[in-house]
Write a protein that binds this ligand. Sequence first.
Ligand code: PEP
Length: 251
Amino acid sequence: MRKTIIAGNWKMNKLISEAKVLVQELKELVSGITEIEIVVCPVYTSLYVVSQEIKGSNIKLGAQDCFWEESGAYTGEVSPVMLKDVGVEFVVLGHSERRQYFCETDEWVNKKTKKAIEIGLRPIVCVGEKLEEREAGKTFSIIEKQLEGGLGNLSPEEIKKVVIAYEPVWAIGTGKTATPEQAQEVHKFIRNWLSEKFGDEIAEGITIQYGGSVKPGNAKDLLSQKDIDGALVGGASLKAQDFAQIIKAGL
Ligand code: PEP
């Protein structure tokens, strides 16, 4: 049975001291929860301090991106080996903000995904349509293109390590949430794509998170959908109380 994974994407927020306080608060609030994999994804500069704070707890460490080379002349980049070195287990790849502001392509997402897996990280690969694409009836074709481009050439062993996050771009940071039915429809589509590509058994084992203005008030309805196996949470993960409530909604 696939595990529910709830991850907090802190985006470009929190100084080191603030990150430390946030994770300390969260640790208290979610202690003892073993049914759900809990992940926090701070900025690079806070990874080390957060890794120290979560030692021995039920919280795992994630990063928000990585490069596909292990080391070398790539100014400004951080490699998956370096993330592993600091205690990172998960890495968000292909987030819509990276696609939008940093011209991230499906090809790049694919290279990063393959390298992250090779190094032993679990990629959280984000896909999602923009509002105009949804309105033009292109949601499924956009999602399929992102899945094919980002994950289509993975081996069965590689895909088993991947978490997919469906994040409709129009719902990220906007306060608008996909209805549970809208989200379930796309999650089902993603699961069908996985089945066709990798077989039913693998498809049934892959965690597909929903992301886009998940809050304490809507988390339960979203997480109770058949193919929604967790959440990737932005804004609400910056408040320990809110994030803890979202996690508890998944129990
Ligand atoms: C995100 O950053 O992945 C996200 C879903 O953000 P928010 O929850 O703020 O919409």
